[in-house]
Design a protein around this ligand. Structure first.
Ligand code: MN
Length: 240
């Protein structure tokens, strides 16, 4: 059987509760040979363990800002919306997945979550905290288009997946990584120095990207390399 890939979701409270996940994540995983399932936000630790047992890989999806309490700061006025239930649940999912050794792919907020969970910190707002930074939050209608360039470190696993030192990516974030967490390294920067990719320095598949490859793969197949490598790692882990 193909590997089962759990993708984290968010909880929208508009009078009623809805589990919400953009469909591009699901298409990207399924097209790469995985079976995508949506992981709902749950706060019961036992249930969290049960969910982790089901999946062969974990995708941490994009979304709200991570609460500053996880990296020991007070929120500035530029902080965006937070969802404390989601923070708690994704931190739990990530730590369990790491213990279990299943492959983990963090996208946008997901990459920030990996960093914070491993003791790293964030810039709460790029434009007010990083001098001479370019805009990293494109208009919503531009989110499927390349928006700024990045450099990819040639000695990284990310380079092996993309096969390019320089490429253009979409950008839909206002926060970015500051101090890097334990056993992580930077794999990619934009020209203004904003960190755009990380991976683990330890064995196993743990990577994060600040952009949204799931929204680019239709027009720019180079980004399929990320999902292909991730699903291969999930299949190998499942068979091991
Ligand atoms: Mn960016």
């Amino acid at each position: 059987m193909k590997p089962i890939i759990g993708i984290t979701s968010c909880l929208k409270k508009n009078g009623r509760l809805n589990s919400v996940l953009n469909y591009d994540y699901i298409s990207a995983v399924n097209n790469a040979g995985g079976i995508a399932i949506i992981l709902p936000i749950i706060t019961d630790d036992h249930l969290l363990n049960d969910y982790i047992k089901i999946v062969d890989g974990l995708v941490l999806s994009g979304g709200e800002d991570i609460s500053t309490e996880y990296y020991g700061e007070s929120p500035t006025k530029e902080m965006g919306t937070v969802c404390l239930d989601r923070d708690k649940y994704e931190m739990g999912m990530f730590k369990k997945a790491l213990e279990t050794g299943i492959p983990i792919l963090g996208i946008c907020r997901g990459m920030q979550l990996i960093n914070v969970a491993l003791g790293g910190t964030l810039y709460q707002d790029i434009s007010s905290q990083i001098k001479n930074s370019v805009e990293h939050r494109s208009k919503e209608e531009e989110v499927e288009k390349p928006y700024h360039e990045i450099k990819v470190m040639e000695d990284s696993n990310l380079f092996k997946m993309l096969g390019a030192k320089e490429l253009s990516v979409n950008s839909f974030h206002h926060q970015s990584l500051k101090n890097i967490g334990k056993d992580l390294r930077v794999t990619s920067y934009s020209k203004d120095g904003v960190i755009e990719g990380i991976e683990s320095t330890e064995p196993g598949f743990l990577i994060g990207v600040q952009w949204h490859p799931e929204k680019l793969i239709t027009d720019f197949p180079v980004f399929k390399g990320i999902f292909g490598a991730f699903i291969d790692a999930c299949q190998n882990k499942k068979e091991s």
